[in-house]
Design a binder for this molecule. Sequence first.
Ligand code: DGJ
Length: 548
Amino acid sequence: MRLRYVLPCAVALFGFSMADAQSVSTSSIPHLEKRGMATQLIVDGRPFLILAGELSNSASSSMEYMAPYWPKLAAANMNTVLAAVTWELVEPEPGKFDFALVDGAIREARRNHLRLIFLWFGSWKNGESNYTPLWVKKNQKQYPLFLAENGQVITYLSVFKEANWKADANAFAALMRHIREVDGDAHTVIMMQVENEVGCPGGTRDQVPEAKAAFEAPVPKQLMDYMAKNKEKLVPEFRQYWEAAGGKTSGTWAEVFGNQPMTNEIFMAWYYAQYVGKVAKAGKAEYPLPMFVNVDLGEVIGQYSGGGALPMQLNVWQQGAPDIDIAAPDIYAPNIAAWCARYDRAGNPLWIPETRAEPSNAFYAIGNHAMGISPFGVERQADATTPLAQAYGLLAQAAPLILEAQAKGTIRGVTLNAEHATETVQLGNYSLAFSMGRMRQPAPMPAGGNAQPSSYAIVISTGPDDYVILGSGLQATFNGPGPSAAAVATLEEGTYVDGRWVPGRRLNGDDIMLNYDAPNKAIKNESGQGFRLAGGPPKALHLQIYRY
Ligand code: DGJ
């Protein structure tokens, strides 16, 4: 075992010094913190990279059902499980609370060294109000539903009724109080999702009398003033939509935003945000864990739930629900890069609570500032041999380095496919030209029958001429500025053992030459040499570059 790089590079490569360790306050509640260029989740005083999986919707309603799965989730290298807590099971009778399932999940998570993020299925789950207690469902007079434009009642609690949010907030506050009582010291529960994919049919709005009156009233001053004062900071598509309608600074919703379906969505987004914000506020008054909403995504009205915290509505949600800390996209679409970019703006921290179990998604998101990622419906497929488990294994080992690089802005994620087969990353002194290239082993097909091989990497600049690359199924050459061409000084495979880099093979010869045309490449100031990551389980490389 060669430990040549351990001492000189320890802090740069692996993140945390003893000074950091001494500043740890184990009693601090998990919270979000801006560290350099990234907002990170701090758990027990340290930044925490969330390598999670979300259980299928009904899993956490039975401890017996879940019993065999907890150890498997831990064996799959997850450090966090996202589990539903439903209003109907927590408050089966008004004011009578039952937290047995919450306590059971906390107990099993602790036993398996896992953290928890609870998903509060309260008033809405995917727009529907199916998880409300029966005493709410059966009393529509007291807890009224959404009224569609054709007069039809839809099984969504109306956002505009005080009794609805008050009942939900009361239950959520009781849940947060209970979590503080049983977990306020141990911090097994690290974050809360408030509701699940809220929203109503795209382009429509509620027609209960209060909603009609609100639509005819002026756009609330809080939102209007924010827009007027922060024009430059607004999400561009939101600003454009407003300006196309005349950019007015007062008036009804139709006057300010125009008489179009998207105006209904902006209106509903404001009122969903107000409602969910009040629920979150009541919960935070009991125990202020970080809180987020997850978002059903889509490009075309009708293909997603209108009124949710969609990219276009980020400013609206931030103003309407200041106690919601994160708008978090559920990314099932193939284009993870575009969705990450649309949520990594307006000061919104990037966190992906639902996605497909593809390592490339995890590497891409985490390499581009995400505080973590959580594929959906994981319990039945969790074991140590899955591609996701292998990816999480490496990410867990490198987590201190990754978190430090996120804060410094010295990290990037890359994912390639047939439509996006090359990407050049400028980081440190060099630009690294990634391609799917000439891999020595075929990359595996990801689960789910997608015909694309998986090609992905995280690249971290650990010094002026020094990189750590984690990934699978791609290759890269590198070029630096200046008259002389760049070449490999050293290239090592390695692993992280207890957070330390342990070198494996020193790579040279065929393993660094991407072609044997070095002289012509040199004339063009191109490297000709590079690194290659075979398909299959992701690996780690340490690259040092020199110029000749
Ligand atoms: C998104 C929802 O938020 C999840 O609860 C789940 O229903 C998935 N869709 C199913 O694909």
